[in-house]
Design a protein around this ligand. Sequence first.
Ligand SMILES: [Zn+2]
Length: 242
Amino acid sequence: MPDEITPLNDHTPGRVLAVMPHPDDTEFFCGGTLALWASAGAEVYICMVTDGSKGSDDPEMTAERLIAIRQEEQRASTRVLGAKETFFLGVPDGEVVPDLALRKRIARLIRQLKPDALVCPDPSVVYYGDYINHPDHRAVGEAALYAFQPAANNRFFFPDLLAEGLEPHQIKELYLAGAKEPNVEIDTTTALDAQIAALREHRSQLPNMDELEKGFREGGETLPDGSKRYTEKLRRFVFGQS
Ligand SMILES: [Zn+2]
């Protein structure tokens, strides 16, 4: 039986790191939640794992130009979401492997930033309905999960990080975005405009943004007074004190 989904409102982690696969995934997966938290005072950082270099069918496009365009789009979107900064790991699009090297890069970032909360894709999702989940999404979720635990919080993992002065760090909360079995629902109504504006920055990827916006706005729940309520559902884990 699926777990009960409980509302999680009036809760803002102090510092958040979202580890995401491709430019524009952050906004689709959890853009409302991140924008909401940022507007409530959270320091939000985004770790963009891939370079987005396969996001085009244009025969005139080159991978090099596409990488530059997509980084610029992501930076602009990051600003719109109210996040502080995006860190680009530059793994070639479509080629993410959740190996020790990637785990270490994410663990390094976790020890550097010391976030209270980590957000990443649910690595267990092979498909959503008719949509086969992108292998990078699963791989990034897995790499991020195991970077946080057992690597970032254990001093014996990657001893060279410790030698650099990067002490182990324990994250307090983990959120799986696009979760197969969500257990919390966050009211993102006040953040919907920011989420849509952030998506609009990904011009190279979303040529039919007006239609997409219409879909977003028509979604959500209609309240008795006719107004709309929008939510994002995530799987939340709490470690120690929340
Ligand atoms: Zn993606």
